[in-house]
Design a protein around this ligand. Sequence first.
Ligand code: SF4
Length: 166
Amino acid sequence: MDLTILYRGPLASCDYDCPYCPFAKRRDSPERLRADRAALERFTAWAAEQTGDRLSVLFTPWGEGLVRSWYRRALIELSHLPQVERVAIQTNLSCRTGWTAEADPATLALWCTYHPDQTRTTGFSPSAGSWPRAGCVTASASWGCPPIWTGPADCAPISRARCTCG
Ligand code: SF4
């Protein structure tokens, strides 16, 4: 059976501070983080057992998942399972991306959202070394904050990597 799965665990926190977002700079309690990690590990164990199916998985956490080691590990592990056709996550790409070298680039995908008002100082830029391993599928979108985002020129850092907002 072909299964397309949207996964969202208890996580509900983010390292960015977007003014319109309920998860901005919110911190999860240690208990919630432990529950989120345990739930994700249960899911990856379940996925590893589904050898008779073909899985496509998209992680859409409330907040940012890739700053948590268990999401990075899950993406790496799932990308190597033969029954997983695609594993992807929505991310603000605030984390370092060296971990993507451990994943199968043919299976891993990142849905990267560019927040110009949040990245001026942290960098969302291939030249800053934050871009994922070449080969994995990436898609980019940009949130526009009118006082800050003045147009596609603001996406110059990601235009080489298929910015889609222009
Ligand atoms: S990066 Fe996304 S989840 Fe984080 S505060 Fe901004 S809109 Fe919310």
